[in-house]
Design a protein. Structure first.
Ligand code: HEM
Length: 481
């Protein structure tokens, strides 16, 4: 009896072992080099142990295989491919898009249990993705964003008032978690642009919509999005606008026109609204936080930007036009460098949608099987001295017009903060506008410096999907008289 029990246990352990290690010869079979995986953990141990952020595992793999165009590794037990060569990165994002048209987690969202997230282009593939993307693309034209710019102005007034108040009650300088302040700003802008509501993040102590936003970023989507929608469902806004014949050139207006033309449902509208909210506020607030941090660290660049802003306003007769804002060269360079030196994500993960062979330098052939996850190591590429000289140095001038702007790096396949190709970020123009508007507002009215509460050098927080340092970023805001 004891022997039988022993046999069952040994058999079970052997089965588990086989299950976990079955695929471990995969990359060797296809002649793709890569690190030896560990049982249970594969090559991304931080995924399970959470000792550090997974970005450090990916970065190690990237740097250990400098001469390989692509590296085969294992996520727990699953073979995945890291594409390292910039030409191949371009191939995956653009040239061979038909073979890599899905995001890694596309189609994992169930439309029945999560009808709203299932309408986000980010989580779709194939025809459904095409349809949803086509539905909202016209909402992000230059004219539509220009028409929404005054909503950003309104939020900026609230933000400046809030920061001034905070400074007044703290002897002239206020120390704040910059990420929290920037999230208030982007939440209010996005809520105003989608639902035409004033979320009052700078007024209320604990605004409901900020609470929802925080929970959305905890990835407990099903419950949270339902909550968000029941609280802020645009149905009331839709009914009100229809009943009162109100026309505003905002996102909701675009969706209502779409409903007239294409018979989409209220749930479709809510889905698009929630997508905009989820995609729109967190990403931009992190970029904003990092940009303020860089300016706080480099006071001469901060001052140079302040002078540029004041000059532009002088030319504009005391105000800055939308065109002046989006075309301000120095601000563009500063933001490009922020998005390089502080990547938001470790890797961009795509799924191979048809068996294909990538051809690397020296005619190196890499077979990619349908279903394989292919990651593009944005973080590591950004710090690769082969692509960016002195990569850890903050230097906005590398993106100056004389040096060819961001275009040169994009064309080389080494700079893609918004992705590239047919799935490139839909909200890029909107994001850049809301980020630029807030930077201009703060730099014009406040002198900013890094507070000692910020833990440096940064160690990325393993509990967050997007790259944010542990303890957040704390800045001192001092009003300029
Ligand atoms: C600075 C802020 C932002 C950054 C850095 C950013 C970055 C990205 C990236 C890297 C992707 C993946 C691209 C790819 O798969 O090739 C993406 C996709 C997307 N982004 Fe953004 N994003 C930002 C802001 C926004 C905003 C404000 C919105 C909407 C209001 C938005 C909407 C989307 C959508 C809908 C997709 C999915 C596109 C598709 O799969 O077809 N993003 N974004």
């Amino acid at each position: 009896m004891l022997l039988l029990l022993f046999g069952i246990v040994v058999g079970f352990v052997a089965l588990v072992y086989l299950f976990l290690s079955w695929e471990f010869g995969f990359w060797e079979k296809y002649g793709v080099k890569g690190p030896k995986p560990k049982l249970l953990l594969g090559n991304i141990p931080y995924l399970l142990t959470k000792k550090r952020h997974i970005v450090y595992n990916y970065d190690q793999i990237y740097n250990d295989y400098k001469n390989e165009p692509a590296i085969g590794y294992y996520s727990i037990r699953t073979p995945q491919l890291m594409v390292r060569d910039p030409e191949l990165i371009k191939e995956v994002l653009s040239k061979s898009f038909h073979n890599f048209s899905a995001n890694d987690f596309s189609d994992t969202v169930d439309e029945k249990s999560d009808p709203l997230l299932a309408r986000n282009p980010f989580s779709l593939s194939g025809e459904k993705w095409k349809t949803r993307r086509a539905e909202i693309t016209p909402a992000f034209t230059n004219n539509r964003i220009k028409a929404m710019a005054h909503l950003m102005d309104e939020v900026c007034v609230h933000m400046t008032g809030y920061l001034r108040e905070q400074a007044k009650s703290s002897n002239g300088v206020t120390t704040l978690d910059a990420k929290e302040v920037m999230a208030k700003y982007t939440t209010d802008v996005v809520a105003s642009c989608i639902f035409a509501i004033d979320a009052q993040s700078f007024v209320k102590e604990n605004p409901e919509i900020r609470q929802m936003g925080k929970r959305i970023m905890n990835f407990n989507f099903v419950v949270q999005l339902a909550l968000l929608v029941t609280t802020f469902c645009p149905s009331d806004a839709i009914r009100y606008r229809k009943d009162n014949n109100i026309n505003r050139t905002d996102y909701l207006d675009h969706l209502l026109q779409l409903q007239d033309r294409k018979q989409i449902t209220d749930v479709d509208i809510a889905g698009h609204g929630v997508s905009f909210f989820a995609d729109g506020f967190e990403t931009s607030s992190i970029v904003l936080t990092y940009c303020l941090y860089d300016l706080a660290k480099h006071s001469s660049i901060q001052q140079q930007l302040r002078e540029t802003i004041l000059k532009a306003k002088e030319v504009g007769g005391g105000t800055m036009s939308y065109e002046q804002l989006v075309e301000m060269g120095l601000l563009e360079q500063i933001l490009c460098e922020t998005m390089r030196i502080h990547p938001l994500i470790a890797v961009m993960a795509k799924r191979c949608t048809a068996d294909t062979t990538l051809v690397g330098p020296k005619d190196r052939k890499i077979f990619v099987k349908k279903g394989t996850t292919v990651v593009l190591p944005y973080y590591s590429v950004s710090f690769d001295p082969e692509h960016f000289s002195d990569p850890h140095k903050y230097d906005p001038s590398r993106f100056s017009a004389e040096n060819g702007g961001s275009k040169v790096y994009r064309e080389r396949g080494v700079y893609f903060p918004f992705g590239d190709g047919p799935r490139m970020c839909l909200g890029m123009r909107f994001a850049m506008t809301q980020v630029k508007r807030a930077i201009v507002e703060i730099v014009e009215h406040f002198s900013i410096s890094v507070n000692g509460k910020t833990i440096e050098p940064f160690e990325m927080d393993p509990d967050q999907f997007m790259l944010m340092p542990k303890g957040s970023i704390w800045l001192d805001f001092k009003p300029i008289a």
